[in-house]
Write a protein that binds this ligand. Structure first.
Ligand code: 0WD
Ligand code: CA
Length: 389
């Protein structure tokens, strides 16, 4: 009798179609208290040179060197050198996690927390985490994240969506120039050595990158991620990374530059929403690695930067705290933690050839699909083999 009963209970359950797991992204669902986020610490760094070759050192790190504050305002021509002194990175090359995996391979023996730490960690790019943080407020661009579990560790690597690919391949000339202008600003603000003035006469080569590798913890998720850092400030109160790092941004000049507050309070409509969203992205990107300051250069319609303003990362939320249309850091971090739990529970099989593809489009939930091998498998054979032997 007991056996029969058991079967009766078990059978209908097994026959029920399992609902496809998904994760909602509505901000209202994630407005709890701010979750635990461990102060990020730098584990190491690496550099990519003008040919996009990896070096396990800080050779590409640049030094923050703002113009002297002698009453004169800056006058940086961001269009100078375009397109003749521009070497853009080949965006057809999908690097996925490769550079970070190379660093990991060379340092996994010396990781703090013991050899078991990595097996419980999530490994990814900072930029992927930024996208997760801003998801509850994003209304334009979806994303796809590929996930594989290998020797316990969960690896997350972004996949370019078909829509993003079309946008990239049909990027209007003005947008291309605008991207250049962002890199040109870095060249006006950074020097190759500390205490030296910047030299904006050379080429802008976006293959060159300095990446910091950081360790942190969100909720119950140990994190190891890497992010590109624009420069270090030799004059910073603490010379210890990541607190000496500075993030550089350009933004459209406002009516009264430096008066962000009045700007966001009195402007309405599309411009204001864009500004709020931009500030959210700046915050998310710099908060994750613990970069304390974002220095913005405001460009006029002619493409000249005539004013600079420093935005401390930890003060950005104050600009929107009392705003109905504002964003909330707790929502961003709670959603990210929820996504990481969702991914940890979904990616159950430990297999570098198996990929769970998490997909999200604005207005919907995060959904999952399963794939094996090409084109989605992203852990390279050289990594899998070196770690397996
Ligand atoms: O091949 C790919 N599809 C990807 C490559 C996807 C994601 C990242 N990467 C590379 C980047 O080129 C970079 O070297 O990984 C490195 C670190 O990425 P991250 O720090 O996690 O990326 P993110 O936070 O999105 O971007 C940081 C900076 C950007 O600064 P701004 O101020 O614009 O946010 O990295 C640069 C850019 O300066 N950057 C890129 N440079 C060249 N090509 C690219 C790119 N595709 N993406 C970001
Ligand atoms: Ca930047």
């Amino acid at each position: 009798k007991r056996e029969a009963g058991k079967i009766e209970v078990a059978e209908p359950r097994n026959k029920l179609p399992r609902p496809a797991p998904s994760l909602p992204t509505d901000p209202a669902l994630y407005s709890g208290p701010f979750p635990f986020y461990r102060r990020p610490s730098e584990l190491g760094c690496f550099s990519l040179d003008a040919q996009r070759q990896y070096h396990g050192d800080a050779r590409a790190l640049r030094y923050y060197s703002p113009p002297p504050t002698n009453g004169q305002s800056p006058n940086f021509d961001l269009r100078d050198g375009y397109p003749d002194r521009y070497q853009p990175r080949d965006e057809e090359v999908q690097e996925r996690l490769d550079h970070l995996l190379r660093w990991l391979l060379e340092h996994r023996g010396q990781l703090e927390g013991g050899p078991g730490w990595l097996a419980g960690a999530i490994v990814t790019w900072r930029g992927h985490l930024t996208k997760l943080l801003t998801t509850p407020y994003e209304r334009q661009e979806g994303w796809q994240l590929a996930a594989s579990r290998f020797q316990g560790t969960l690896y997350l690597s972004e996949v370019e969506t078909p829509a993003a690919r079309v946008q990239r391949l049909t990027r209007p000339p003005l947008l291309r120039e605008l991207m250049y202008m962002g890199y040109k600003f870095e060249q006006y603000m950074c020097a190759d050595k500390p205490g030296v003035s910047p030299d904006p006469s050379g080429e802008v080569n976006t293959n060159v990158a300095f990446c910091s590798v950081l360790r942190s913890h969100l909720g119950n998720h140990p994190l190891l991620f890497s992010g590109e850092v624009d420069c270090t400030d030799p004059q910073a109160p603490s010379t210890q990374p990541p607190t000496c790092y500075v993030e550089l941004k350009t933004s459209k000049e406002m009516h009264s530059p430096g008066q962000w507050k009045s700007f966001y309070r009195f402007r309405t409509g599309v411009d204001r929403m864009r500004t709020l969203h931009k500030l959210l992205k700046w915050w998310a990107q710099s908060f994750l690695p613990g970069v304390p300051n974002v220095v913005a250069g405001f460009r006029n319609p002619e493409g000249f930067v005539c004013s600079l303003k420093t935005f401390p990362t930890m003060e950005m939320f104050e600009y929107v705290r009392n705003d109905r249309d504002g964003w909330n850091p707790s929502v961003c971090m709670n959603f990210c933690a929820a996504f990481l739990s969702f991914a940890q529970n979904t990616v159950v099989q430990d297999d570098p050839r198996l990929v769970y593809l998490f997909s999200w489009e604005p207005g919907g939930p995060v959904t999952v699909s399963e794939h094996r091998d090409a084109p989605h498998a992203f852990l390279p054979p050289w990594y899998v083999e070196a770690v397996t032997q």
